[in-house]
Design a protein around this ligand. Structure first.
Ligand SMILES: Cc1ncc(COP(=O)(O)O)c(C=O)c1O
Length: 422
């Protein structure tokens, strides 16, 4: 029982979707066999208007790291609303300062400064501007099949402050190929930007030694290293930052998604003392109406408290071990559908044998009560990223339900093959 009364709200959701949001998206949901409309959620559960309870193995990429409506984070936001509003980005702010200090406690001591933004994309944009300002160079090297967000044109069209996006050259190299990266990084490279574990590319682990070599190449050439931990950070892999697994320290680190506690949008770019010195002549160089908002600041402090909770990382590692072992058995039972399970901590992926098989498995998983999503730059892959607070019993249920989903795909009962561009 979810407490939501269903048919009317479901119908209204889809009517409004067709009429005022996106008829094409409505058609896409229909093609996927009818994706239920979300009504709310609690912990690792998503509740739908038609009375279903899905186990969330998507977490919106980490937005719901601490589950849906986590009580202490929701309470921090409610308390903040009693006495503050978003605040003016241009004025000094005590809550913003406290949020930055809290975040610094989670970061290596080499990254004491943070700039808050309203989205991960904007934090990446800020990092790119900062790197170009700090180095006086324009080149950016990133990975093929990377995903860092959706902004860029606004910056390209805006006249200052800070270096213009029109001055950047982006080169892509295959993730994990150190020779390609070494060749691409040169004396005009301002920034090397990598997801520590690329999620949209299907949860690709960096080969051992790769990130250390990337760090070395940046040091040799004077380029700055940005690690995007928007999906992999805040405990997802069993360490606070995925980069800790390979003992690599970036010059800039971007976090987002889970930093919102699932209740208020916020992301951050954290950076070194040396980089912040380059802002001496242009301290206001990145205006952002909602960046560093005072409501967001309260949420950041509450999230940092959750990430620092004794036992959280042990809990993530223990649940991850259960889930991974169970999913490996599922792979073994359905070899015609599944090739492998891979990943680190609760950042897992099931590789299917069909180059577009992630979508069929996603559809079957929803039918069996699990929301998991296809990796949009690797359509053969289903991402399995539950909230960090998923219970062992729920992890067991996820294994059983994904087993049923794989069986459904194996018997061909998911209907025609799907090729949706999502
Ligand atoms: C690795 C990574 N970086 C950056 C972003 C952009 O974040 P946002 O959607 O908050 O702009 C995303 C979003 O999915 C992401 O997965």
């Amino acid at each position: 029982m979810t407490g939501y009364s269903g048919a009317d709200h479901t119908a209204e959701t889809f009517t409004l979707l067709e009429r005022n949001l996106s008829p094409h998206r409505a058609a896409a949901y229909r093609a996927m066999g009818g994706v239920p409309a979300q009504a709310g959620g609690a912990g690792a559960e998503i509740h739908t208007y038609d009375g279903r309870v899905l186990l969330d193995c998507r977490s919106a990429g980490g937005v719901f790291d601490f589950g849906h409506r986590p009580p202490s984070i929701t309470a921090a936001l409610r308390d903040a609303l009693e006495s503050r509003d978003i605040g003016d980005w241009m004025l000094p702010s005590l809550p913003r300062g406290r949020a930055a200090a809290a975040l610094a406690c989670l970061l290596p001591e080499t990254l004491p400064y943070s700039f808050f933004t309203a989205s991960g994309s904007e934090a990446i944009e800020f990092a790119g501007k900062l790197a170009r300002l700090a180095t006086g160079r324009r080149g950016v090297v990133c990975a093929e099949r990377a995903y860092h967000g959706q902004v860029g044109l606004a910056l390209a069209m805006s006249e200052g402050p800070g270096p213009s996006a029109r001055e950047q050259d982006v080169v892509r190299v295959p993730f994990g190929d150190i020779d390609a990266l070494r060749a691409a990084v040169g004396e005009d490279t301002a920034l090397v930007c990598l997801e520590t574990i690329p999620a949209s590319a299907g949860v690709v682990l960096p080969p051992d030694g790769y990130l250390a070599e990337v760090r070395r190449r940046c040091d040799e050439s004077g380029a700055l290293l940005l690690l995007d931990e928007v999906q992999s950070g805040l405990g997802r892999t069993g360490r606070i930052w995925a980069a800790e697994h390979w003992d690599v320290r970036p010059d800039l680190l971007v976090t987002g998604k889970g930093l919102s506690g699932g209740v208020y949008p916020v992301a951050a770019c954290s950076f070194t003392e040396e980089i912040q010195r380059s802002l001496a002549d242009d301290p206001f160089f990145h205006p952002s109406s909602f960046g560093g908002g005072e409501l967001a600041a309260a949420v950041v402090c509450a999230v940092v408290e959750q990430v620092s909770r004794p036992g959280l990382l042990d809990q993530v590692r223990a649940t991850a071990a259960v889930l991974r072992t169970g999913l490996a058995e599922v792979v073994g039972r359905h070899p015609s559908v599944l090739a492998e399970v891979r990943g680190l901590g609760l950042m897992l992926a099931l590789e299917t044998r069909d180059e577009h098989g992630g979508l069929a498995l996603m559809r079957a998983a929803i039918d069996h009560g699990v929301l998991a999503t296809v990796a949009h730059n690797a359509p053969s892959t289903l991402l399995v990223m539950p909230p960090l607070i998923i219970t062992p019993a729920q992890a067991g249920a996820v294994i059983e339900r994904l087993d049923s989903a794989a069986r459904t795909v194996a018997t061909g009962s998911t209907g025609p093959a799907l090729r949706l561009p999502i």
